[in-house]
Design a protein around this ligand. Structure first.
Ligand code: EPZ
Length: 419
């Protein structure tokens, strides 16, 4: 297992090209199962989870090819199995996203129940309940979701909780169902909209993406085509915070500023000068210490849970005291314990962390626990005095393409070492 060694140091200055969004690429790769013909997907990030997705499709007999530009071409016409095995699902929960497409297109799916993960139990009851309402016969046995359906029938679904992949699974299943499906209380994330756009390019009839009510008119088949994945707003937000925490100036390119409204508002509140343009965002701290900002996570368009840990790092060295309240996942504060090892003054009470900014953090060996927690440790290490070593950085490689390369280009001193 590798580790990252980071020397706390100077303000970061420069530009970063943002990669395609992991959380759009994963559902779109799964949606390729719905398409009758080859599909080429561009702007796919080079991440472990994408590799796992391609391996999962390949195991089913689906033809997957990748060109030198990381464009992935998927042709499901060669599919031979409809199984997502535990050994792959346990490494990537998002494998659950093949359930809806397999059921809608091929009438069968045996998908291993994704276990919990570090940040929470992560149930999939809403995925299963919705597919049952669409007419699937679903049994949970031996750790598998065994789903069968002759043809799904459209209906009105009301989701108890806003669920991103739940919305995506049900939207995908509804594209080939008989009749119209309405999904109420749908997730509004840009990645859900990107998936809907992809499906519509392939001939689906989805309206309302980005709102809480989706209307999907079932069609008989989806045709092939090509599509580029949208930019990763969470990667962009993470690099902007790298600039903010080091009191520097960072510009991220190839992004959609509108997808980061809630995050940019908080960076401004922390004292960052935020400017935006066509597909770029810049944050300039003018060498100033950030101010503490209160954070409360909630579904899009409110403040994203995937940026919560990064703001915990910023607040740790900011002027003042702030609270961070996590309303989406029940165990997404593990980075707080690790940050205390760097000298942060953090108290946790239930789902709220109270963070009193300290003038400086000091280096110490720390351990990554989940994807975004790892990113927050990298941010803290960029300003901690001395050399911080972060263990178990395979978590980082799941969501950040070439993180040390991109940070070194901004002036950081970060290297990957065998641990
Ligand atoms: C997606 O996870 C993202 N993953 C997560 O990103 C992100 O943090 C999360 O949405 C919230 O924005 C992908 O898109 C691949 P949810 P997902 O279903 O869909 C409860 C990252 O860092 N729930 O929106 O699994 C659930 O327990 C990852 O890239 C049910 O109760 O999250 C949670 O409390 C981490 N039953 C809440 O809903 C269900 O059937 C929201 O979860 C489904 C969800």
């Amino acid at each position: 297992m590798d580790a990252l060694q980071i020397e706390g140091g100077p303000p970061l200055v420069g530009e970063v090209k943002i990669s395609g969004a992991k959380n759009a690429a994963l559902p779109i790769l799964a949606a390729a199962l719905l398409v009758d013909g080859p599909v080429t997907i561009g702007n796919v990030p080079h991440l472990q989870d994408v590799t796992t997705s391609n391996e999962l499709l390949g195991r089913m007999g689906v033809t997957v090819s990748i060109d030198e530009k990381m464009r992935v071409t998927v042709d499901a016409s060669t599919i031979a199995h409809f199984v997502a095995p535990y050994e792959l699902v346990k490494t990537m929960r998002a494998s659950i996203l093949v359930l809806g497409p397999l059921l809608a297109r091929f009438g069968q799916a045996d998908v291993s129940l994704p276990g919990g993960c570090a940040i929470g139990a992560r149930p999939v009851d809403l995925h299963v309940a919705g597919l049952s309402q669409l007419g699937a016969d679903i049994r949970i046995e031996n750790g598998f979701i065994r789903a069968r359906a002759k043809r799904l029938r459209g209906c009105r679904l009301v989701l108890d909780t806003v669920t991103v992949t739940g919305t995506e699974n049900l939207m995908m299943a509804a594209t080939l169902a008989e009749g119209t499906t309405i999904i109420e209380n749908a997730a509004r994330e840009p990645e859900v909209v990107d998936l809907a756009n992809f499906l519509n390019v392939m001939g689906a009839r989805i309206r309302g993406a980005g709102s809480a009510t989706l209307v999907i008119e079932g069609v008989d088949r989806l045709h092939g085509g090509s599509y580029d994945v949208l930019p990763d707003r969470i990667e962009a937000g993470t690099y902007l915070l790298a600039g903010a925490i080091t009191r520097g100036r960072v510009k991220v390119r190839d992004v959609e500023p509108a997808h980061l409204d809630a995050v940019l508002a908080k960076i401004s509140e922390a004292g960052g000068e935020v400017t935006t343009g066509d597909r770029w965002i810049q944050v300039d701290m003018h060498g100033q210490r950030p101010r503490s900002v209160d954070i409360r996570t909630a579904p899009y368009p409110a403040f994203p849970t995937d940026m919560q840990a990064q703001f915990a790092a910023l607040n740790s060295v900011a002027e003042g005291v702030a609270t961070i309240t996590e309303t989406i996942f029940e165990n997404r504060f593990m980075h707080m314990v690790e940050m205390r090892r760097l000298g942060a003054d953090i108290r946790v009470e239930g789902n709220t962390a109270i963070i009193r900014g300290v003038p400086r953090l000091t280096a110490a060996p720390v351990m990554a626990t989940d994807l975004r927690a790892s990113a927050s440790l990298v941010l803290a290490a960029l300003v901690a005095e001395g050399r911080t070593q972060i263990e178990r950085i395979y978590h980082i490689d799941r969501g950040y393409e070439r993180i040390e390369e991109k940070l070194n280009a901004l002036g950081a001193d970060i290297r990957r070492v065998p641990a």
